[in-house]
Write a protein that binds this ligand. Sequence first.
Ligand code: G3H
Length: 539
Amino acid sequence: MNKDSIKSIFPKENSIPSEFHIQEIQQKEYLVNGEIRIWDGKFHDVYSPVKLSSDIELYSKKLGFYPLLSEKEATEILQSAKNAYNNGSGEWPTMSVEKRIMCLETFVSKMKEKRKEVVNILMWEICKSYADSCKEFDRTVEYIIDTINAVKELDRSSSRFTIEQGIIGQIRRAPLGVVLCMGPFNYPLNETFTTLIPALIMGNTTIFKPAKFGTLLFQPLLKAFQESFPKGVVNTLYGEGHVVVPPLLSSGYVDVFAFIGSASVANSLQKLHPKPNRLRSVLGLGAKNPAIILKDADLDLTVRECVLGSLSYNGQRCTALKILFVQKSIADEFISKFTEAVSKLKLGMPWESGVNITPLPENNKTESMKSLIDDAISHGAKVINPDGGVSHESIMIPAVLYPVNSKMKIYSVEQFGPIVPIVVFEDISEPIQHIIDSDVGQQASIFGRDPEVIGKLIDPLVNQVSRLNINSQCQRGPDSFPFTGRKDSAEGTLSTGDALRVFSIRALVAAKVEEINKELLTSITRERKSNFLNTDYIF
Ligand code: G3H
């Protein structure tokens, strides 16, 4: 792809393969208090980042619309979640773990039936390639199944009594209350569910607000939510964030705020809670993950991992490699191999097989990318790959910037898009200082072979970032591994196991070892009088 051919990149509607055609999604419904309510107020029209070409001009493909609820409906939705929790006495928070698992199993089987529909909408709404959209769906299903297995394991390990210092106790985990889940546009299904599902299974009641892009894809799942859970346990909130979210936080009735997005939005919302000590936050925020490429690195492997790490889904991953530091003696060779690999990436529409670079969903994203490129150029960098940074409407040929230095915005700003800045270093202290000075600290990658050098880097770097990847790109998965960050990158740890802890609190029932208590506890467990206090083993 070059600056001439990019002009004809957008297809005519009749050239799109029929299996990827999409019907307009007229989403008038939202889920509250177990009812699918029809909204008759304002709607938000959703257009795809994919433009279509008529004989005369390009036009935006309308995908459908969703409700723009007002503060009044947001408050009703909150009330619904609050009623379902009912101060911990609701059906859901007091239900046995086994029964909650059954609800989740019902949901996941209904969700699987909607795979084709959800994947197609996901692809059209955020322009994630068809292959990656399928992966996002399947990974989410797997996440739910793994969460169910993790909760069984947790329940089994707490299904017995402990006697210590003359006290009998049973220690389990209990829910926290009403959870508000807000996911990001780049993994709208997966990241929303990685907080929603553990929150649910631990007995919380939930409100989820889809991201600004990646909203319609939940429409096929509304009925599945309605049919799988008791009323009020799952509620959906649609609308402009600044209208519908602040009233929830300022009410003081949100107990857990699970948010993946920018630190500034998270902070302004957290501050609204009138009783800050009661609010738990689970946050996934910004990152500027660096790759440090040492002089003895295996260059073919490094180039492969760095291209994948920096440009898969156009660099729109919180875990993406957002700056590459290359040791001077191998810089020329690395740069030539890297730019060659970047120029082989296929630009195109998300349904095309083997496509790597697709249209960008955020408004004016190519303009904001261009301004970062211009700023770097004004401080001495060049775009070193052919036609890098050339854009047409919503799509952009990735730009490899070199040599990048600390005066440029791209040195510290998170681009979240198709720009790869490369810095040359002589002494390892430079990339390390970048990591130390950074406001974020999610992950880093080191490429090299010398155990002496890498071993010495591991010890300080694991105290700066939360995951250090050796000869591998940064990434979240596998989902059983802890996913977190230091500094402004995150609060709380998510993994299939850790998330269960984040959305619950240890709670125990204890009694002095007296005959009366032994008899009482025996009869409660034997006659199954309590869902919390029990010795059942879930198979
Ligand atoms: O955007 C952040 C995602 O959680 C990254 O996940 O590393 O598996 O692409 P990933």
